[in-house]
Design a protein around this ligand. Structure first.
Ligand code: NAP
Ligand code: GCO
Length: 263
């Protein structure tokens, strides 16, 4: 048990999970808390921040909430400095904040495309850039980028999201390549289809996508945010110290599966 307790523990670590008010980010933050970490999260509106603080309180977690948008470089730099002095140097960054716009590509404006890429790809770049100097100095750090099935696959209406999440997979590999020598590990988690507010419109009763996803998933169900807890602890802990530039797909087997034979 000693090995398990030591290697998977996040005791004494400070973890910043972006956009972790609910959904996947909230579940990952809860997992980190259970593993011993101090939790910091941010959101872009006071309303979301307060909602998050309330939810952490209900779980008995004393989380530190900061109000800033991951696309605002100046605000990110200022808030990272604030977090470092008020809570402590950041040991673990999870780039979780993200949005999707489901619009057929030929109907999408360049501005809409830019908004998605800005939050889902530029955001993780800006965040990673802000935490890396201290990680380099301390010769230790973990960055986890929340990728997607769309880091590997395309589908109708999600061109901007797929472009951003595909880019995020490559940013992950590049951070690992560039800073691995400082004992910094940057990996991705690629969730399959997970029941959160982001996918709520696809799960409405009778929506054809609901049955489609269940039949595309060998596990024959939607994932839950809690399905991401173990993989996130692994990638944040010493247990993964020689895992770098990898995307761990947590998808109930979607990427392994050719799909059901039509009846
Ligand atoms: P969600 O329920 O929509 O939560 C996303 C959170 O990010 C929200 O709290 C949102 O704030 C926040 N956010 C958005 N833009 C932000 C910004 N610019 N700055 C700070 N915070 C921001 O999403 P989720 O389903 O939990 O997904 C979390 C991550 O996993 C996303 O990157 C998503 O693309 C990815 N993912 C999701 C699935 C899935 O099936 N659900 C699968 C694969 C990957 P508001 O509360 O203000 O909206
Ligand atoms: C969609 C979904 C996906 C998921 C997820 C898959 O419309 O296809 O929203 O993109 O959210 O990212 O891994």
């Amino acid at each position: 048990m000693d090995y398990i307790n030591k290697s998977f523990s996040l005791e004494g670590k400070v973890a910043l999970v972006t956009g972790a008010t609910y959904g996947i980010g909230f579940a990952i933050a809860k997992a980190f808390h259970k593993a011993g970490a101090t939790i910091v999260f941010n959101n872009r509106t006071q309303e979301s921040l307060d909602q998050g603080l309330e939810s952490y309180k209900k779980e008995g977690i004393d989380a530190h909430g900061y109000l800033f948008d991951v696309t605002d470089e100046k605000a990110v730099e200022e808030n990272i400095k604030k977090i470092e002095s008020e809570v402590g140097p950041i040991d673990i960054l999870v780039n979780n904040a993200g949005i999707i716009k489901r619009i057929p590509m030929i109907e999408m404006t360049a501005e809409e495309f830019r908004q998605v890429v800005d939050i889902d790809l530029n955001g993780p770049f800006i965040m990673a850039k802000a935490v890396l100097p201290s990680m380099i100095e301390r010769r230790s750090g973990k960055i986890i980028n929340i990728c997607s099935m769309m880091s590997e696959l395309g589908r109708e209406t999600v061109s901007a999201y797929a472009a951003a999440k595909g880019g995020l997979k490559m940013l992950t590999r590049n951070i690992a390549s560039e800073y691995g020598k400082y004992n910094i590990q940057c990996n991705g988690i690629g969730p399959g289809y997970i029941a959160t507010p982001q996918t709520a419109p696809l799960r409405e009763d009778g929506h054809p996508f609901n049955n489609f996803i269940i039949s595309k998933t060998p596990a024959e169900r939607w994932g839950t945010p809690e399905d991401l807890m173990g993989p996130a602890i692994f990638l944040a802990s010493d247990a993964s110290n020689f895992v770098n530039g990898h995307v761990l797909y947590v998808d109930g087997g979607i990427l392994a599966y050719i799909g059901k034979q039509p009846k």
